[in-house]
Design a protein around this ligand. Structure first.
Ligand SMILES: Cc1cc2nc3c(=O)[nH]c(=O)nc-3n(C[C@H](O)[C@H](O)[C@H](O)COP(=O)(O)OP(=O)(O)OC[C@H]3O[C@@H](n4cnc5c(N)ncnc54)[C@H](O)[C@@H]3O)c2cc1C
Length: 166
């Protein structure tokens, strides 16, 4: 709900626009960016869907050393406090909580059921072994409140004087 209050708010948002995009008849697209501690993670939609392994592999194979899936996965895992715990693909004890949505609209269930009926595969973990399919995405929420790098890492470090001592 808070997105409506932050999406165009210059106090917390850089409210950038892209350069004109030739493929879009030179339109400039609105580009919201967080202007607060924690950056966009402090104003984003809290959807937790990591990049696709194949994209990271492609970057690495194109010469971007250190950006393959096996290189970045340990950092994703370290960042997470995932409700599934410590698995081959999820992390526990990290600064950003990952949880299942609760109290979602019954319309979501009907929408997903319709997708399955249509032939899409049900997927309850878009950060699991496959990303295609239909289901509810996980979100970066702890006990009903936003969880992000600012809350989970920066504020504690600030309180501990980590920044001041540098
Ligand atoms: C409205 C919105 C909704 C989103 N929803 C989702 C979502 O649901 N799920 C998802 O995965 N992603 C979402 N995203 C995208 C995601 O949040 C960002 O891609 C991600 O947080 C970017 O992280 P970053 O560290 O690369 O950059 P940022 O988080 O943008 O961090 C950059 C930091 O640098 C600071 N900075 C920039 N310029 C200057 C300057 N000149 N001087 C000083 N400081 C500066 C910024 O204030 C900011 O703190 C959303 C983004 C927005 C804006």
């Amino acid at each position: 709900m808070g997105v409506g209050k932050t999406i165009m708010n210059k106090a917390v948002n850089w409210t950038y626009h892209t350069e004109p995009v030739p493929q879009l008849f030179d339109r400039r697209l609105y580009m919201a960016r967080g202007k607060v501690i924690g950056g966009c993670g402090a104003i984003n939609g809290m959807v937790h869907v990591r990049g696709q392994p194949g994209d990271f592999e492609q970057w690495r194979d194109s010469g971007c050393d250190g950006w393959g899936w096996s290189d970045v996965l340990p950092y994703f895992k370290r960042s997470e406090d995932h409700y599934l715990g410590d698995t081959s693909l999820h992390g526990k004890g990290g600064p950003v909580a990952v949880s299942r949505p609760r109290g979602h609209s019954v319309l979501c269930d009907h929408f997903i059921a319709a997708g399955v009926n249509f032939g899409l595969e049900r997927n309850d973990d878009f950060n699991g072994s496959r990303q295609d399919g239909i289901g509810l995405y996980d979100h970066t929420v702890r006990r009903g409140l936003r969880s992000n790098s600012a809350i989970g890492a920066l504020r504690p470090a600030n309180a501990a004087g980590t920044f001041a001592s540098r």
